[in-house]
Ligand binder design. Structure first.
Ligand code: SF4
Ligand code: SF4
Length: 395
């Protein structure tokens, strides 16, 4: 494609505006058919998408970005940094506490959710600003901003736009920057000169992410089995978490960052609380970096909605968070959690009662009599089975 001075100027304007809006990376890719589509099909066929049916339901749309914006010619790939939590980088990785050791009933939250407000809500307006800029220069054009919500191979597009490479942990990485960022795209009918693709692979012989994953969720480098991933299990999965995986969840109440924390590129890129260029909207919200798990059991549906409706945690709803909280408390094994878990054992959600029963079975002490008492009144077959299993575990 010949370079067009008008569009070169537009690219420079878009880059500058993206930078002002807080995007620290911005690149331009051609709107072409996805090279990784067959890989996506294989991933789904292997069952690695777990219950994320939206991949198979929209599989054809992933073939070409024209499925999202007819007539699309170019894609602007953008990255927005989220808090890197560098003060925790040198802490032990995903410390699974020794049984019975109190950790104060706190649960870890993945970094991307630390910002308080759900990132979709504040990244979308930024994309709209960039779309308006495109429209002002090319009034006949159409543009659409997407962040995580449309059938676009965002990491592939980002690599094509020169932003970085896809690491063995499946995430997009960039030298000296790492992977602690949200990816977003703007699809546009404006034809823009593509940037050179990122064609180097900087993982080398490193296998830190593969080795550190608590649940062995990587069947091979660059392939993640979502059905084993803590991030999927604690956020996307709606039912009970498979029993064998519960102990591996450790302290993670929402998401998991282990395969990012151990990555040398993230360790090198950490400077202070946040990465360079982060605007205040992406600063960590202190109440979101860790959750008080005992407190969660005091919230009814309405109180939970009020507190978390605008945050990323809302995705799991109250029942998902309480399920996760019970599992973390079970892993921590502290008798201080007997009270909150007893509350959980009579929750109106069977999912919460099941997880609380499992957790009580890991604590011991008075847990056995609490479980026996509940067994007398429980009428949900799955919860009964979970209580029975917990009592057996304590025998
Ligand atoms: Fe494994 Fe956690 Fe990475 Fe999922 S997010 S692949 S569980 S290390
Ligand atoms: Fe690549 Fe190592 Fe980072 Fe994994 S931890 S993504 S192998 S550099």
């Amino acid at each position: 494609m010949q370079s067009d001075p008008v569009h070169d100027e537009l690219k420079a304007e878009i880059r500058a505006l993206a930078g002002q809006l807080g995007f620290h990376l911005c690149g331009f890719a051609p709107a072409v058919s996805s090279q990784g589509h067959s890989e996506l099909l294989r991933w789904i066929d292997e069952g690695y998408a777990a219950e994320m049916d939206y991949f198979s339901q929209r599989i054809d749309a992933y073939k070409h970005p024209g499925g999202v914006l007819p007539g699309v010619r170019s894609i602007i790939a953008l990255a927005y940094p989220y808090p890197s939590g560098s003060e925790q980088i040198d802490a032990p990785r995903n410390p699974v506490p020794s049984h019975g050791q109190s950790t104060g009933g706190r649960g870890k939250v993945a970094r991307y959710a630390w910002t308080g407000d759900d990132y979709h809500d504040w990244i979308h307006p930024k994309l709209k600003t960039l779309c308006r800029q495109l429209q002002s220069v090319a009034p006949e054009s159409r543009s659409r901003g997407v962040v995580d919500t449309a059938p676009i191979m965002e990491r592939e597009v980002a690599q094509l736009a020169g932003l970085g490479w896809r690491g063995k942990n499946t995430l997009l990485l960039r030298p000296q920057v790492g992977s602690y960022f949200f990816l977003a795209c703007i699809l546009t009918t404006v034809q823009l000169q593509p940037d050179p693709p990122f064609d180097r692979f900087h993982c080398g012989t490193c296998t830190a992410c593969l080795d550190a994953c608590p649940t062995d969720a990587f069947p091979q480098p660059g392939v993640m089995d979502a059905s084993r991933c803590i991030s999927y299990l604690t956020i996307e999965h709606r039912g009970s978490i498979p029993r064998p995986l519960r102990p591996q969840i450790g302290d993670w109440v929402f998401g998991c960052d282990v395969c990012q924390e151990v990555c040398p590129w993230n360790r090198q890129s950490s400077r202070g609380d946040t990465q360079p260029g982060v605007e205040s909207m992406a600063s960590p919200e202190p109440t979101m970096t860790e959750l008080d798990l005992h407190d969660l059991f005091t919230l009814d549906d309405e109180q939970f909605r009020k507190r978390y409706r605008k945050t990323a945690l809302w995705r799991t709803r109250r029942r998902g968070i309480l399920r996760n909280a019970a599992i973390v408390l079970g892993n921590q094994g502290s008798t201080e959690s007997l009270g909150p878990l007893t509350t959980g054992l009579s929750d109106h959600e069977p999912l919460v009662r099941s997880a609380s029963a499992w957790a009580l079975g890991r604590i011991g002490g008075e847990a056995r009599s609490i479980l026996l008492q509940r067994l007398g009144t429980e009428n949900d077959p799955e919860v009964i089975a979970e209580i029975q299993s917990a009592i057996d575990h304590l025998a």
